[in-house]
Design a protein around this ligand. Structure first.
Ligand SMILES: [Fe+2]
Length: 243
């Protein structure tokens, strides 16, 4: 089993602060059934700015430590890019998930759909595929527009099936515009990574309902823990309760 989104590296972002903590987290992920983990530290200008070479070196060091400790987890590299106004500065050195064309991105709150489309288009011009992290948590086009208004659920469902060549009826024009960005991404074959904690209700009922709804549409292509600490992995898999 592969974890496509995880903050496992020590001292790079808001993940573990020490190697020992990373090793404990890796041990728990292995116990949960994972054999492969993409290490996807944040890249946010002004907050988490480690360069790609530092990430690769950190992965090599941690992999050696896991091997020494007999933890059967294969680490692969990636980043979690933040689509703010600084994202374009990183375009020349994008690091997709290792051995794939997928570039993991997160959409900040309070951003504009046009800016997101510009950034995603720039990724696709490099023949890379934007992979949206936890769309169920993206308030821009999900929380208010879909889960709060039952009528919009039917609308999105209709549009999604239309993109996939289903003969379902078209919605009215103004309804289509409400979910334009999500539909634009689906139409451009972007990838969508769900967070396991969303399904478990760890971020609350609203996000859980959104995740279940998007899953029912078949939007998701990948899954991840988005874990940041050993405690987060324990909570996700209920390990504390089992001990
Ligand atoms: Fe993350």
């Amino acid at each position: 089993m592969t974890d496509y989104h995880c903050h496992l590296l020590p001292g790079i972002d808001d993940g573990p602060s020490s190697v020992d903590e990373s090793i404990e987290m890796a041990r728990l992920l292995s116990k949960a059934g994972y054999d492969t983990v993409y290490c996807t530290p944040h890249l946010i200008k002004g907050r988490y700015e480690a360069d790609n070479n530092s990430v690769k070196k950190s992965i090599n060091d941690l992999q050696e430590a896991l091997n020494r400790n007999g933890i059967p987890l294969k680490l692969l590299h990636g980043r979690e890019y933040y689509l703010d106004s600084n994202f374009m500065d990183y375009l020349d050195d994008l690091m997709p998930l290792e051995n794939t064309s997928n570039v993991l991105i997160e959409i900040p709150p309070h951003t504009y759909p046009g800016m997101v489309e510009d950034s995603l288009s720039a990724i696709m011009r490099q023949n890379l595929t934007p992979m949206l992290a936890h769309p169920e948590r993206c308030e821009l086009f999900v929380e208010k527009k879909i889960t709060d208004v039952p009528r919009k659920k039917a609308t999105l469902k209709s549009l999604f099936h239309r993109i996939n060549s289903s003969p379902l009826p078209l919605p009215r024009q103004e309804e289509e515009s409400d979910n334009k960005l999500l539909l634009w991404m689906i139409g451009n074959k972007c990838a969508f990574q769900s967070n396991l904690p969303s399904f478990k209700g760890i971020y609350g009922e609203k996000i859980q309902a959104t995740a279940q709804y998007l899953d029912s549409l078949g939007v998701y292509t990948h899954s991840g823990t988005d874990a940041h600490s050993p405690g987060g992995v324990k909570k996700l898999f209920g390990f504390d309760e089992l001990q």
